[in-house]
Every structure is written in structure tokens, then in C-alpha cells.
Design a protein around this ligand. Structure first.
Ligand SMILES: Cc1cc2nc3c(=O)[nH]c(=O)nc-3n(C[C@H](O)[C@H](O)[C@H](O)COP(=O)(O)OP(=O)(O)OC[C@H]3O[C@@H](n4cnc5c(N)ncnc54)[C@H](O)[C@@H]3O)c2cc1C
Length: 304
């Protein structure tokens, strides 16, 4: 019987495991892919202590530190969690069932893809899903942001202070979000709005050089010269297996309070899979530590 099972091996899950084991708890990590989304980041330049490091290297350091403290790490998928009295049973695809006294859910999220030609090929060579992470690489250049919701508007504003021109490409006739945010986008002279427009292809030689767009009303096509394409069309949390077990919001995110507590006593959650508003490595790691401390308090019987 484990004290804690951590579901997910990204920054949140690995930090939760580190904090639990250092507090003397018996921990098992079960994660589909060690490192999570962060391991896919071409370069991370906003994690303190590392001026610039690949996501893969940073996540290797995280997992090595956790393993060096004796935490057992299993690469598998959790498909179901059940509770019998005060014990949780965690079911996996290939390794059977595990029992524990508390659970930390750190299952992360994945950026939604456009599914257009060139998107996969130029990923990390101009195509990005994280403006705050990769934006500084495009200082003084022409870039495109795809999307029309709050994340896309924020990305466009952020990039407009770095890039020469930001083409904001949105398939609908208006943006959605707070009025003040939309007004600020309209006020920025270097944000060029392309409404009723979709991306049909991203191209170049080694790096992105252009994006081909199509006006959905007129059918007219246009090629814009850009070095970067930031895709901000949302993220999805794969939380179907948690339906009915913990409260989820309408996006499938796990609802937590400020102590990372879910709607179910003894179950905690952290990182991109939760309702916390900002999604970054440093934040996921911090939330993972917080979830572990809450789990520790719960197991000691001092708090839930
Ligand atoms: C391309 C890209 C670049 C980025 N660049 C940066 C950057 O430069 N700086 C920055 O701060 N942030 C960056 N981010 C964001 C950052 O990676 C995330 O905020 C962070 O990884 C979230 O951590 P997490 O642990 O919550 O989730 P994730 O990293 O998504 O990890 C989730 C973990 O859960 C596992 N999992 C999911 N479902 C299950 C299941 N059912 N059973 C078992 N395991 C499961 C996954 O396999 C994974 O191990 C980037 C994101 C992307 C996609």
C-alpha cells in the first residue's frame, strides 16, 4: 500500500513525488510519458536557474532527482480510480491495480493542433504552441498567431512588444474575450487582424518562411511571410476517466481550491490539468509541491 500515487510524470507530478518522498511518504509515480509536455519544449528560457535548456534535458534532471531518492516510476496509463472506504485503487492499462491512501492527479494537457500541412514538420522550427516560451526568439521578426480567444489575444499582445508585425489569424468574424483585452489588441498598430480567415499551410525550407491563409467568406488565398506561427487554439485535458470521480469544469479541467484539493477527500491535483489559470513549467512544479504538502497534511490527519 502506497501513501500517495502520483498520476502523471510531467513537472507537476515529478515535483509532487519529490516533495512527498522528502516528507517520508511512500510514493509511486505512474505516467504515460516521463517529462510530459515540458519534454517537448524545444527550449525553456523561463525556468529559474537555467538560462536556456531543452525541455528534454530539464525533465531528465527532474526525473533523475526523483529516482535518486528511491521513488518508483512506472510508464503506464491510469484508466480508472476507485475508492473503497479510505483506500484508493488505481487501475492501469498494463500493470494491474495499485492501492494507496491518497492520490495526486497531475495529468497535464495537450495543445490542440490545427492539423494543417507543415504544422508538424516545422514544429520547433518556427511553429510553436507557447508564445511566452518561444516569443523572445522572434524579436524584430514577422510572426502569426492563430486563434481568437483569450490565449490567442494574450499571445498577440505579448508578441507585439517583441516582433515587428503580428498577424492575428482567426476563423470567425470577431474575437472572443474581455472587452479590455480586445480593445488593447485593436489599439496595437503592429497587430494586423485577419478575420474570417483560416490557415491552410505552413511552409519554408529549414525554418518557417510563410503561412498560407484563406478567407472563408471570399475563398481568396494569400501567402504571408512570417518566421513564426504561434498556434493558440486551446488545450485539451484527457480527463474522461475521472468523470464522476472528481469535479471537472466544462473544459474537462480538474476543479481545485488554493490548496490543490479536489472535490474528493484524499485526492489532490496540480498543474495544467487543473483550473489554475496559468500554464507553465514553474507554475506546474510549484503546484505539484503544494499538492504534495496538502496530501501530507491529509495523511497526518491535520487537514483536508
Ligand atoms: C511545445 C511546448 C513548449 C512549451 N514551452 C514551455 C516553456 O518554454 N516554458 C514553460 O514554462 N512552459 C512551457 N510549456 C508549457 C509546459 O510544458 C506545461 O505548462 C507543463 O509541462 C505542465 O506540466 P504538468 O506536469 O501539469 O503537465 P504535463 O507536462 O502535460 O505532464 C502530464 C503528465 O501526465 C501524464 N498523463 C496524462 N494522462 C495520464 C494518464 N491517464 N495516466 C498516466 N499518466 C498520464 C503524461 O504522460 C505526462 O507524464 C510548453 C508546452 C508545450 C506543449
Amino acid at each position: 500500500m502506497y501513501d500517495v500515487i502520483v498520476v502523471g510524470a510531467g513537472p507537476a507530478g515529478l515535483t509532487a513525488a519529490l516533495t512527498c518522498v522528502r516528507a517520508g511518504l511512500k510514493v509511486q509515480v505512474i505516467g504515460k510519458v516521463t517529462g510530459g509536455q515540458a519534454a517537448e519544449a524545444p527550449l525553456i528560457e523561463n525556468y529559474p536557474g537555467f538560462k536556456s535548456i531543452t525541455g528534454m534535458e530539464l525533465m531528465k534532471l527532474f526525473s533523475e532527482q526523483v529516482e535518486s531518492l528511491g521513488v518508483s516510476m512506472l510508464n503506464d496509463e491510469v484508466t480508472k480510480i476507485e475508492q473503497v472506504n479510505e483506500v484508493f485503487e488505481v487501475k492501469t492499462s498494463f500493470s494491474g491495480r495499485f492501492k494507496c491512501r491518497s492520490v495526486i492527479l497531475a495529468i497535464g494537457a495537450e495543445p490542440k493542433k490545427l492539423g494543417v500541412k507543415g504544422e508538424e514538420e516545422f514544429y520547433g522550427r518556427g511553429v510553436s504552441y507557447c508564445a511566452t516560451c518561444d516569443g523572445p526568439l522572434f524579436k524584430g521578426k514577422e510572426v502569426a498567431v492563430v486563434g481568437g480567444g483569450i490565449p490567442a489575444l494574450n499571445a498577440a499582445l505579448y508578441l507585439s512588444s517583441l516582433a515587428k508585425t503580428v498577424y492575428l489569424i482567426h476563423e470567425r468574424s470577431r474575437f472572443s474575450g474581455f472587452k479590455t483585452l480586445i480593445d488593447r489588441v485593436h489599439e496595437r498598430s503592429n497587430i494586423v487582424k485577419k478575420l474570417n480567415t483560416t490557415v491552410i499551410e505552413i511552409g519554408g525550407k529549414i525554418f518557417v518562411e510563410w503561412v498560407r491563409i484563406k478567407n472563408v467568406k471570399s475563398g481568396e488565398e494569400e501567402e504571408i511571410k512570417v518566421s513564426g506561427v504561434f498556434i493558440e487554439v486551446g488545450k485539451k485535458v484527457d480527463s474522461d476517466f475521472l468523470k464522476g470521480f472528481v469535479e471537472l469544469d466544462n473544459k474537462g479541467q480538474i476543479v481545485i481550491d488554493s490548496l490543490c484539493r479536489t472535490s474528493r477527500i484524499g485526492v489532490f491535483a496540480a498543474g495544467d490539468a487543473t483550473t489554475i489559470p496559468y500554464k507553465q513549467v514553474i507554475i506546474a512544479a510549484g503546484e505539484g509541491a503544494k499538492a504534495a504538502m496538502s496530501a501530507y497534511d491529509y495523511l497526518r490527519g491535520t487537514k483536508h
